[in-house]
Design a protein around this ligand. Structure first.
Ligand SMILES: [Zn+2]
Length: 406
């Protein structure tokens, strides 16, 4: 008997770019093999799955998480942190290792929640500090391995407690070791506010990035002109180390707090030197001018940042909800703008994360989800539970619930 041309054929769904209803999606070996018209019917498939007319969308991308800090997997834990950034770091060093569920267990629980929301790709930071050493990274690596069939996870070696203020050379050696252990990017953090030594931090982390051939992703919370100063320093290092297209600024609150003329110049500078921005729509912080950045060619993508962790009790890891909050904050109400938001949590701008073979097209990995929505603006506005989530052609979650048994 001849081998079936497809493992699975999905039918009765609609796609965001329209087309006649009744398209079918044929899967083979974890990839999209073909998008088929409704006629003639294909009978030679391993299984046929009816999707009830739902909207089918590509897997979501979260460009900024902290899987190692989450409290998911544990009973509700009242928030206890002080409001200041540095005052949250020291308590983490005591609290996180004392929890009844280890880093791998908590990170795994959050990955499961991400997948249930239709997420296919995650970039997470993992704390690398003198106290933690590589332990948080090792926990995230274990969670990544345990869930490799359900999502891809990219890890940034993140110096949460600073670089120069956390020891300088020994701290840089730890970051270098983290890349050797499996992290894909070198992180950085507020070189002026935290380290009070921008040259020391940037010289160190960019040297590691160039030596290891990896990208950088730098937390930049510094306000206004101070943050702009750091951004210009980053621009210089990106050029000197040939890292255009492999550098990301996380947050970039400063871009929302400088004069409009400087905003445009900073945006054009970021575009010209290939520095991307990831935003999470921070509560009380100033928002970078997302649409201005995009108009001049900066790649802008979105991330959840803290999700029910020691830094914030809020969040559920849903990128459609994240996009909805950012759209609400930025007053992005017209459909074309909401479609741009969708681009920031899916394909176009998330190419800055180095994701290739992405989207609903023959030959690409079969990462997608279905949702009871008319179109993309409806999906973002209401963000109902994901009906079905597929990763590499396999059903990973249903009705918004992750299950190892699915
Ligand atoms: Zn962060």
């Amino acid at each position: 008997m001849a081998e079936a041309p497809y493992d699975t054929v999905l039918q009765n769904f609609h796609m965001a770019d329209g087309g006649p209803p009744g398209w079918r999606l044929a899967l083979k070996n974890g990839r999209i093999a073909a998008i088929l018209p409704v006629d003639p019917p294909t009978s030679q498939a391993g299984q046929s799955l009816e999707l009830g007319g739902d909207l089918l969308l590509p897997g979501l991308v979260d460009g900024h998480m902290h899987l190692d800090k989450t409290l998911f997997g544990l009973p509700w834990t009242p928030h206890a942190a002080e409001p200041f950034r540095m005052s949250r770091i020291a308590p983490d060093a005591k609290l996180l290792p004392s929890l009844p569920l280890d880093t791998a267990g908590r990170a795994g629980a959050l990955i499961g929640r991400c997948v249930a929301h239709g997420k296919a790709h995650i970039r997470t930071h993992a704390d690398i500090t003198p106290i933690f050493g590589l332990s948080a990274l090792e926990g995230v690596l274990a969670a990544r391995e345990a869930h490799r069939a359900a999502a891809t996870v990219q890890i940034v070696a993140f110096p949460q407690a600073g670089v120069m203020r956390a020891g300088g050379k020994p701290m840089l050696d730890l970051l270098d070791a983290a890349i050797g252990a499996g992290a894909e990017l070198v992180g950085g953090i507020d070189p002026c506010e935290v380290d009070r030594d921008p040259r020391g931090q940037f010289d160190g982390i960019f040297a590691i990035a160039e030596k290891r051939g990896v990208g950088v992703d730098i937390h930049l919370h510094e306000p206004g002109e101070l943050g702009l100063f750091s951004l210009l320093e980053i621009r210089g290092r990106v050029g000197a180390h040939g890292m255009a297209g492999r550098a990301t600024i996380s947050h970039g609150f400063c871009l929302g707090a400088i004069a409009e003329s400087k905003q445009k110049a900073a945006a054009e500078m970021m575009a010209s030197c290939g520095v991307a921005l990831v935003t999470h729509g921070a509560g009380s912080a100033t928002m970078p001018p997302l649409m201005l950045l995009r108009r001049v060619g900066v790649r802008v993508f979105c991330g959840n940042d803290a999700v029910r962790d020691t830094w914030s009790p809020y969040g559920n890891a849903d990128m459609l909800e994240c996009a909805s909050v950012i759209g609400w904050r930025e007053d992005l109400c017209h459909d074309p703008l909401i479609l741009e938001l969708f681009s920031m949590v899916t394909s176009k701008d998330t190419a800055a994360l180095g994701i290739s073979d992405y989207g609903i097209a023959p030959g690409n990995p079969a990462h997608f989800f279905t949702i009871a929505a008319e179109n993309i603006p409806d999906a973002i506005g209401a963000h109902p539970p994901r009906k079905r989530v597929f990763h590499a052609g396999r059903l990973m979650a249903a009705d918004g619930i992750w299950s190892d048994a699915v």
